[in-house]
Design a protein around this ligand. Structure first.
Ligand code: UD1
Length: 421
């Protein structure tokens, strides 16, 4: 397993291009299962989770062409299997996203249950309940979900809890259902919106996009002509590099991003003392060499503060002036980074789902490892402001969600290298 070694103490400066959003690209790739004609998708990030999704589609017999710019063309004409096997689902929970489209278009799906997850139990009961209400027959046996349906029926659904992939799965299922489906308490994340726009480009009839009530009028087939869809920029990657600049007192300009989807993150960073200016597709952050002020946050579904930025702000608070409170409300166990940061000298205590952090001027390097994607990124950020060489182990988590992280950080002046194991 590769490791990253970060020598702390550099101030980050410079410009960077942001990649396409992993959490939009994954459902969009799954959504292309609904199209009878080939579709082309661009601005796809080069990440392990994308490779896993391509393997999953390949496993079904789907033909996939990838050009040198990572534009992916998907042609479902020769699909021969309607399953997502355990070997692929266990490395990427988002594989569950093929359930809705397979069932909707082909009337059958055989998908492994996603296993436990480092950040808490992540059940799929809402996905299954909603599909059942749409007329699917579902059994769960030997760790697999077996689902069949003659044709799904549009219905009125109220989701028990806001779920991102749950909303995406049901929206995709509803596209080819008979009649109209209304999803209430739908997730409003920008990635859900991007998927809805993509589905409408295929020929779906979705309205209420970006709100908590989605209305999907079922259509019988989707046959787009020459569709080339560009995936939305990654707001979490953007937020991570903004924090990297803020934590080191630096000055960066991030291009090809989407400031609108980062409103609350930008507001919080302004509270730390950062000067931030935005254009249509860029964000510039200047910390003027100052140590950040601590900020308290509480995570919740969009448009509130994203759980996927919680760990990175915890790293920032570790070296900030003042005391902060970080409350996690989306995933009960998303605090694996706290212990590791404490090993780097951070003064943090965890009480239920709140981290109380007393900022200190500097962390000290230590070998650390993380068990999930965003926690790993937060340890890299902590390494940027630690005295000495921080070794981050198990970075395959980072490679699942950050394209070329060491190259991008090096471009901004960080001292970071990857050591193969
Ligand atoms: C997605 C994102 C992930 C992000 C999360 C929350 C993708 C591929 N992943 O994950 O990066 O951290 O949203 O913004 O887009 N729940 C249930 N039953 C269900 C479904 C969810 O109880 O059937 C619960 C979960 O346990 C969790 C909460 O709902 O506590 C929200 O989870 P959800 O929005 O579904 O997360 P994901 O879609 O898995």
């Amino acid at each position: 397993m590769d490791k990253l070694i970060i020598t702390g103490g550099q101030t980050l400066n410079g410009e960077l291009r942001i990649s396409g959003a992993k959490n939009a690209a994954l459902p969009i790739l799954a959504g292309s299962l609904l199209s009878e004609t080939p579709v082309k998708i661009g601005n796809i990030p080069h990440l392990h989770d994308i490779t896993t999704t391509i393997s999953l589609l390949g496993h079904m017999g789907i033909s996939i062409t990838i050009d040198e710019h990572m534009n992916i063309e998907i042609d479902t004409q020769n699909i021969s299997k309607f399953e997502a096997p355990y070997e692929l689902v266990k490395t990427m929970r988002a594989s569950i996203l093929v359930l809705g489209p397979l069932l909707s278009r082909f009337g059958k799906a055989h998908v492994s249950l996603p296993g436990g997850c480092a950040i808490g139990t992540r059940p799929v009961n809402i996905h299954l309940d909603c599909l059942t209400k749409m007329g699917a027959k579902i059994t769960v046996k030997n760790g697999y979900i077996h689902a069949t349906a003659e044709r799904l029926q549009g219905t009125h659904l109220i989701m028990d809890q806001v779920t991102v992939t749950g909303t995406e799965n049901i929206m995709m299922a509803a596209v080819l259902a008979e009649g109209t489906t209304i999803i209430e308490n739908a997730a409003k994340e920008p990635e859900v919106e991007d998927l809805a726009h993509f589905l409408n480009c295929l020929g779906a009839k979705i309205t209420g996009i970006g709100s908590s009530t989605l209305t999907i009028e079922g259509v019988s087939t989707l046959k787009p002509k020459d569709l080339f869809y560009q995936v939305l920029p990654d707001r979490i990657e953007t937020g991570t590099y903004l924090v990297a600049a803020a934590i080191t007192g630096g000055h960066v300009k991030l291009k090809d991003t989407h400031p609108e989807s980062l409103e609350i993150v930008i507001n919080k960073l302004r509270q730390t003392g950062a000067e931030i200016t935005c254009g249509n597709d860029w964000i510039e952050l200047n910390m003027h060499g100052k140590r950040p002020k601590a900020v308290s946050i509480e995570t919740a579904p969009y448009p509130a503060f994203p759980t996927d930025m919680q760990a990175q702000f915890t790293a920032l608070n570790a070296i900030a002036t003042d005391t902060s409170f970080i409350t996690e409300t989306v995933f009960e166990n998303r605090f694996m980074h706290i212990q590791e940061m404490q090993r780097m000298g951070a003064k943090m205590t965890l009480k239920n789902n709140t981290v109380i952090c007393e900022g200190i001027p500097e962390l000290t390097a230590a070998p650390v490892m993380a068990t999930d994607l965003r926690a790993s990124a937060s340890l890299v950020l902590a390494g940027l402001v630690a005295k000495g060489d921080t070794i981050v182990d198990r970075i395959y988590h980072i490679d699942r969600g950050y394209e070329c992280i060491e190259e991008k950080l090096t471009q901004l002046g960080a001292t970071i290298r990857r050591v193969p194991h």
